[in-house]
Design a protein around this ligand. Structure first.
Ligand code: GDP
Ligand code: ZN
Length: 296
């Protein structure tokens, strides 16, 4: 049976891209996957059966490598975190929060420092160096002088990507500059955010080059720490992990524990103090979130 990728889900139909055309499919109820029942998601790789040239039934849903909840997309494997250098100005706290989410979702983060044409060069270099040192890919971009575009294109080859970042940072402009045929209206990505409203979000994958897609809805549209444990949070700061083995206590959260190798590394300036401050802030936020969302 033929296979393809679900690129859109709407009113009970799944639109499956087989690389040549898009087949409109229905699904027969839910699918058994391991012991759980799954509903097909946009991004799922599926086996389908055709009933006519352009219509069929989804028969099987493949294993997912990742699964985002907001927006609901399966198999996203790259997130371009778009952070502008000006208007709005760069926020390392927000970037560190996005990075917690990409780390815990198991998605590769590509940091795009957008509007680099407006940046102070020293500030730009400093941010690049800081995050590259931790092991992230950082790419200054500009839709004005076109810098970084080719590098982002390469980073996204054969990936399913989401673009994430505050409204106004230049997500739609960047997607349009990267993939002119994708034709997103400026502002379109952010309009779909629907802040605080509980409308059903329809997410659609826009096909780029061979097998690459980009979601038309920003990734990580909620930055709440849902389903995150304190240890997940600590491990999401990837530069802590090489020191954590040396902590006196197993499961050390690197907050006030004695004999903590991470706290020592911060004191010795081996770990960036600002990142560590953000970690402490998020740990507080997580506690607060858990307090508010107790099941009793
Ligand atoms: P989105 O809300 O993240 O999708 O942001 P938009 O793509 O709508 O861009 C917001 C504003 O930033 C628009 O006025 C763009 O013209 C401007 N902008 C986007 N990219 C750049 C850039 O690389 N350089 C400069 N100078 N302005 C940009
Ligand atoms: Zn520790």
């Amino acid at each position: 049976m033929p296979e393809g990728r679900i690129v859109k889900a709407l009113s009970g139909f799944y639109y499956v891209d087989n690389g040549e055309q898009v087949i409109q499919c229905r699904a027969r109820g839910l699918f058994k996957k391991k012991d759980a029942r799954v509903t097909p998601l946009v991004g799922d790789w599926v086996v389908y059966d055709t009933v006519s040239e352009a219509e069929g039934y989804v028969m099987e849903v493949g294993e997912r490598t990742t699964e985002l909840v907001r927006p609901p997309v399966a198999n996203v494997d790259a997130a371009v975190l778009v952070f502008s250098m000006r208007t709005p100005s760069f926020s390392s706290a927000l970037l560190d929060k996005f990075l917690v989410h990409t780390e815990t979702a198991g998605i590769e983060a590509v940091i795009a420092l957008s509007k680099a044409d407006l940046a102070d060069q020293a500030e730009l270099d400093e941010i690049c160096q800081k995050y590259r040192q931790i092991g992230y890919r950082v790419i200054p971009t500009s839709t004005q002088d076109k810098r970084g575009l080719e590098e982002i294109r390469q980073a996204l080859a054969s990936h399913i990507a989401v673009f994430a970042g505050q409204s106004g940072v230049g997500k739609s402009s960047l997607i349009n500059a990267l993939f002119p045929h994708a034709r997103l209206q400026t502002g379109q990505v952010s309009h779909k955010l629907g802040r605080g409203r509980h409308t059903t979000r329809h997410v659609e994958l826009i096909p780029l080059e061979k097998g690459s897609y980009v979601a038309d809805t920003p990734g990580f549209s909620s930055l709440d720490f849902v389903d995150l444990t304190e240890l997940d949070l600590a491990q999401a700061f990837r530069e802590f992990n090489s020191y954590a083995d040396e902590c006196k206590f197993r499961g050390c959260l690197h907050l006030r524990e004695p004999g903590c190798a991470v706290q020592a590394a911060v004191e010795n300036e081996l770990i960036d103090a600002e990142r560590y401050e953000h970690y402490k802030q998020f740990a507080e936020e997580l506690k607060e979130y858990q307090r508010r969302n107790k099941p009793w």
